[in-house]
Design a protein around this ligand. Structure first.
Ligand SMILES: *[C@@H]1O[C@H](CO)[C@@H](O)[C@H](O)[C@H]1NC(C)=O
Ligand SMILES: *[C@@H]1O[C@H](CO)[C@@H](O)[C@H](O)[C@H]1NC(C)=O
Length: 815
């Protein structure tokens, strides 16, 4: 078909040329790109030339440099395409595009102009210089932003050349063509919808350029858009509030929690740093947030008791300055790290022993700042004390007495209050309160013994201390200060205070006077002990004082009565047998006990072999047969000793006459040599006494006569009554020697004279062979008897007394 059309066109041009043949000019029009040898035109015919002529004329094409495209076929008289003709190469975009050449004939030389117009066919597609172009566009670019695109090129002309562009996919960008003054079109794409890198980071578009040819041709170019990030997203925490718990006292560096925020942006715009926003409190001294990873760590010490809950404001910030914030609520968990604190609220540490049960001693305050069980406190006291703890109000205990107090039993208490909480492990603490019990005068003084007996030896010096009574008072201080008071009483009608005194402070009993056992053997009185309390308490004790005998009295010889130098002799008949009782020494001792226990010993004797003295009874007996050779005068010295310590003694001289008749005795005794040592001393007294004696002698004669008469009468009574007559013993003299002391009954007859030499006594006798002559002028041993009987106040009134031992057991003295 193409060829048909071309032929028809060629024919049309030939016709025109024929019409113009006269001008020897011919034109043809052929499309470009015709195949080699294709007919351009029947030039011989169109020029009116004969083919022969052409052949002969050696017709040829003359065309400068374009001769290569078309050649002349002289044989056929036609022009043929010698070489492919590319209009675009030949003319570019110049239109119309024509080849101008001449056909030259020789013989004769003639030439004809031929013009061959080359018409365009759509043999070129629009093309872009690059297959793709790249853009970097910020996501923050505003709508309406323009971006230049490259144009496409289509070598064809006219309708075959570039007609329009298409951009696909559409959405973010629109194409906009801009017509320039030179007729070229500029291609731009315009942002019509905001970009979001976070949604679409890479956008790929295809720009297609199309021409208007038939068939249409096109070229494409890829547009690659990279959306650049803009900091259009703020960081966002994963939670608005984070909750965490951490135990108090946790170590530094403990991670409490981790906060996390995200940022959709990229790179630096998405790089988050964490920080704690400024707060007034001390949170920043305690917590730290890692700015890179959001770890919240502990850098300070947590004390539940100071703060239980922390609120940390954490901010996340990206590099572009966008922020978000969150709260971290940290609950501090209690640890049992506080022991209970015990406070004793009163300062007083003294309570009276008379305090009633339930008396409040003190209040005690307990504090444990820990929470829950860790702060639940139980308190108790040490055991075995009369106190209890009572819970009064929360955390307050009162310490009260539980029973009676007695200072005398326990004067102080160490009260230990121990409190422990219920934590695991439990913590406890304790406080010790020393409570003093003050004294009340509730105890009377108590004597160490219920009664006292004390001894004092007679003849004490007045004022000597006898004994000490002691009373103790269990109370304290003044209440226990004991004074001793002698209670008034009387002893034998005399106030006791004249016997003894008591030292109020010391309780020492002093003798006020010297005691005589022989007068008073014991007495008793009451001492009161009184304390210094108010009112005072007292108690009594009986004190009995026993006076002890002292050997202060020597034995007293009652018989034989000592006459000094005078002669009293016992008669011993020469016919006396062994064991003949010569006489009996009778002595008494007013002391008592051992001090009055007498013993008799022979101290000296003319002939020791003849006599002995009974140690116990004082009986003097012969121990061998008396012979004629024995002297008439025998002198025995008997010592009477008591058993006291030291012992006291008395001596008695017993003269014994060994003779059968009284005159024999007298003759012997008248020559009895005087004791020389007495002679000198006595001479003076004898002379002096002589005058007195002379006077008394007369008196004595009268007495003797009276006595004789009296005795005569008396002896008659005696014979009738047959009563034994025994010597007189002092009333105090009990029969210590037993009834054996005086086994015989004696009857004495005494004549008292001041002159022992001249006086003589005649003893009446009943059933006794003994005869005694004695001189009672030595009255020393008889003093007591005189004092007690008052009988001998008048020496001139002799008495003859008889008594019956068996009837009265009393002693009688016959003078
Ligand atoms: C109380 O404690 C003190 C000091 O430890 C001690 O001297 C005292 O003897 C104690 N008293 C009692 C009654 O235990
Ligand atoms: C002590 O003795 C006195 C006098 O005998 C008497 O009045 C008093 O009541 C006695 N006191 C006591 C505690 O026995």
């Amino acid at each position: 078909m193409q060829i048909h059309i071309t032929v028809r066109q060629a024919l049309l041009f030939v016709t025109i040329l024929l019409f113009r043949a006269v001008s020897s000019q011919v034109s043809y029009s052929i499309p470009e790109e015709m195949a080699k040898g294709s007919l351009v035109g029947s030039v011989a015919q169109d020029l009116g030339l004969d083919v022969k002529r052409l052949r002969l004329g050696n017709g040829r094409v003359y065309s400068g440099d374009s001769s290569d495209y078309v050649e002349l076929n002289a044989e056929r008289g036609v022009l043929l395409v010698k070489e492919r003709i590319d209009r675009e190469a030949l003319c570019g975009d110049t239109t119309p595009c024509a080849l101008h050449f001449q056909i030259v004939l020789e013989n004769p030389m003639e030439f004809y102009s031929v013009t061959v117009e080359i018409t365009d066919i759509n043999d070129n597609a629009p093309t872009f210089e690059k297959a793709e172009i790249k853009f970097l566009i910020s996501e923050s670019s505003a709508v309406g932003a323009k971006f230049d695109l490259e144009r496409a090129v289509d070598l064809d002309v006219g309708i075959n050349t570039l007609q329009s562009y298409v951009l696909k996919p559409s959405g973010h960008f629109l194409l906009k063509l801009q017509n320039h003054a030179d007729g070229t079109k500029n291609v731009e794409m315009v942002l019509q919808k905001p970009l979001d890198r976070e949604k679409n980071e890479f956008i790929s578009l295809v720009l297609t350029a199309v021409d208007g040819g038939e068939p249409q041709m096109s070229g494409t170019m890829q547009i690659l858009i990279t959306v650049l990030d803009a900091n259009d997203n703020a960081p966002v925490f994963t939670q608005p509030i984070y909750k965490a718990t951490v135990s108090e006292n946790s170590a530094k560096g403990t991670v409490v929690t981790t906060v996390s925020a995200s940022d959709a942006d990229q790179g630096l715009n998405g790089k988050i740093t964490y920080s704690i926003t400024s707060t007034m409190d001390e949170v920043r001294q305690i917590f730290e947030v890692n700015e890179e990873n959001g770890e919240v760590t502990l850098i300070g010490r947590l004390d539940y008791e100071k703060k239980k809950l922390f609120q940390i404001n954490v901010r996340a910030r990206d590099n572009g300055g966008l922020t978000d914030s969150c709260k971290v609520m940290v609950d501090v968990v209690d640890i049992n790290d506080n022991e209970p604190v015990i406070k004793i609220m009163s300062k007083s540490t003294v309570i009276s022993e008379s305090a009633n049960p339930n008396t409040v001693v003190t209040m005690i305050n307990i504090q444990d700042p820990d929470a829950g069980k860790n702060g639940n406190v139980q308190c108790f006291l040490n055991e075995d004390i009369p106190f209890i703890l009572k819970l009064t109000t929360n955390n307050f205990y009162s310490l009260v007495t539980e029973g009676e107090l007695d200072r005398e039993r326990d004067s102080e208490y160490n009260i230990t209050v121990t409190c422990s909480d219920e934590g695991v492990p439990s913590l406890s603490s304790s406080v010790t309160l020393t409570l003093q019990i003050s004294d009340v005068n509730d105890n009377p003084p108590v004597f160490e013994r219920s009664s006292y007996e004390a001894y004092i030896v007679e003849n004490n010096t007045p004022g000597v201390s006898i004994f000490t009574v002691k009373a103790r008072d269990a109370d304290w201080n003044q209440n226990a200060r004991v004074s001793y008071i002698l209670e008034d009483s009387s002893v034998n009608g005399v106030p006791v205070s004249s016997y003894v005194s008591v030292s109020a402070d010391s309780g020492v009993i002093h003798a006020v006077k010297s005691f005589d056992y022989e007068q008073i053997k014991d007495f008793q009185f009451i001492i009161k002990a009184q304390d210094g309390g108010s009112p005072p308490l007292s108690s009594n004790v009986t004190v009995k004082i026993l006076i002890q005998d002292q050997n202060d009295n020597p034995p007293q010889v009652l018989y034989p009565v000592q006459t000094g130098g005078s002669m009293v002799a016992e008669m011993v008949p020469r016919s006396a047998d062994v064991g003949y009782l010569v006489t009996k020494v009778v002595a008494v001792d007013v002391d008592s006990g051992q001090n009055a226990w007498l013993s008799y010993k022979l101290q000296k004797a003319t002939d020791r072999a003849l006599f002995e003295v009974g140690l116990q009874n004082g009986e003097i007996r012969t121990i061998r047969q008396v012979t004629d050779k024995d002297a008439v005068k025998q002198r025995l010295t008997v010592i009477v000793e008591d058993n006291g310590q030291p012992s006291r003694s008395a001596t008695v001289i017993v003269n014994v006459a060994v003779a059968d008749s009284f005159p024999e005795v007298l003759s012997e005794f008248s020559e009895f040599p005087h004791n020389k040592e007495y002679n000198d001393n006595l001479t003076f007294y004898l002379v002096l006494a002589l005058a007195v004696v002379s006077f008394l002698f007369i008196t004595c004669l009268v007495v003797i006569i009276s006595v004789k008469i009296y005795r005569w009468r008396q002896s008659r009574i005696l014979y009738h009554s047959s009563l034994p007559v025994i010597p007189y013993y002092p009333p105090r003299y009990s029969d210590t020697l037993g009834t054996g002391t005086l086994p015989h009954v004696y009857n004495y007859e005494v004549c008292r004279t001041t002159d022992s030499r001249k006086s003589e006594s005649k003893f009446g006798r009943a059933g006794s062979q003994n005869m005694l002559i004695m001189d009672p002028s030595s009255t020393g041993t008889m003093q007591r008897i005189q004092n007690e009987t008052n009988i001998l106040d008048e020496p001139d009134s002799p008495l003859e007394v008889t008594a019956s031992l068996s009837t009265y057991r009393s002693l009688m003295l016959t003078l």
